[in-house]
Write a protein that binds this ligand. Structure first.
Ligand code: TRP
Ligand code: SF4
Length: 334
């Protein structure tokens, strides 16, 4: 069997939080060891919602890349690149747009959902409708067979398979049909117990200082019925406990003591502050290192984008050939 290729991407949302880490990044770091892997900063995708004010996109790109590198994405093991620096993404998106029925895009569930959620923006644009098709181009350009994504992205992957099938049916076999990699990832609650999200203001960032972490742990939602140390608590539903399961070696023990009423929330939070900070310290240290040589970081992304462009251009040559569009004479395929 041919070796499998992994591609995934994230929209540049700035500094990442623990939900991003456990939900995706930790997984990527593992996958880079097993597969030929491409990881992409989806900055054109960011524009689909941020076109009205693009001023934060650039700094968000580099903040996110710093977190990627600090957590162990390694340019020696995978290709890390930036979508807008690999022009063939635009070219394949265009080609696919010719053969993709509008109804396929209109029925993607995230389309209407996001429109509802982001009422503060006018998303009745061509680019926003085409968001999942640009994503299909991202995947297909690398002939990726495996795409690590969250459940919320499964519909986009389904669309990608349909588009690939349609292309192959119309013009001949060029693209494999990619499968999701749906790794069981721990649910990371935000400090208030809702899903961790920057927009809810409940996120612990990978780059938070030790002081920030301490302050955030203090605000974490706990069992509201446990007031005194000897009250019997309910760790399930307690954010502090959920975090202990991710960071604290003796989490099981803490669960028992909470239920038995032999530990209080203050001591419990103090312990979490220690283990969370111990877990984040190596990432912080790496981040400080990379932040001190931002030109190297930019070169890594430039190099990665060059490698990605070479692969993507070879695929475009196949796609143009299949569609029977000749490449210009005197020119080797880009
Ligand atoms: N849409 C994805 C998200 O919001 C990001 C993304 C863009 C992506 N292109 C991709 C994910 C290609 C996987 C493959 O999370
Ligand atoms: Fe949560 Fe710990 Fe308090 Fe139990 S003791 S409710 S696990 S903070």
């Amino acid at each position: 069997m041919a070796i499998e290729t992994v591609l995934s991407g994230m929209r540049p949302s700035g500094k990442l939080h623990l939900g991003n880490y456990f939900g995706a990044l930790a997984n990527w770091v593992n996958l880079q060891k097993q597969y030929r892997s491409f990881y992409m900063v989806a900055d054109w995708h960011a524009l689909t919602s941020e076109y009205g004010d693009t001023s934060a996109v650039e700094s968000n790109v580099w903040d996110m890349v710093l977190d990627w590198l600090s957590c162990g994405l390694d340019p020696a093991q995978c290709v890390i690149f930036r979508q807008s620096w690999v022009a063939p993404h635009a070219e394949l998106h265009l080609l696919l747009s010719m053969m993709t029925p509008l109804s396929w895009l209109e029925r993607v569930p995230t389309y209407k959902e996001q429109m509802q959620e982001m009422k503060n923006r006018d998303l009745s644009t061509y680019g926003f409708l085409g968001y999942p098709l640009l994503q299909s181009a991202d995947i297909m350009l690398y002939k990726a067979t495996r795409v690590p994504v969250g459940e919320d992205q499964l519909a986009h992957l389904e669309l990608t398979r349909e588009v690939a099938r349609r292309f192959n049916h119309l013009y001949g076999q060029v693209f494999p049909e990619p499968q999701a990699i749906l790794t069981k990832t721990p649910k990371v609650p935000g400090t208030d117990g809702r899903k961790m999200s920057k927009s809810y203001n409940n996120a612990v960032l990978l780059s938070d200082s030790a002081k920030d972490v301490e302050a955030k742990v203090k605000t974490m939602y706990t069992d509201p019925k446990k007031i005194r140390l000897d009250d019997k608590g309910h760790p399930e539903g307690c954010v502090v406990y959920a975090m202990h399961t991710l960071y604290t070696p003796e989490a099981k023990d803490i669960e028992g003591r909470c239920k038995a009423g032999t530990i209080g929330c203050v001591a419990c939070k103090k312990r979490l502050t220690e283990t969370l900070n111990a877990g984040l310290e190596p990432i912080r240290a790496e981040r400080a290192k990379w932040a001190g040589k931002i030109q190297d970081v930019k070169n890594i992304i430039a190099e990665g984008s060059k490698k990605a462009t070479a692969v993507a251009s070879a695929t475009m040559a196949d796609a143009r050939g299949a569609v029977k569009l000749a490449i210009p004479p005197q020119e080797t395929p880009r």
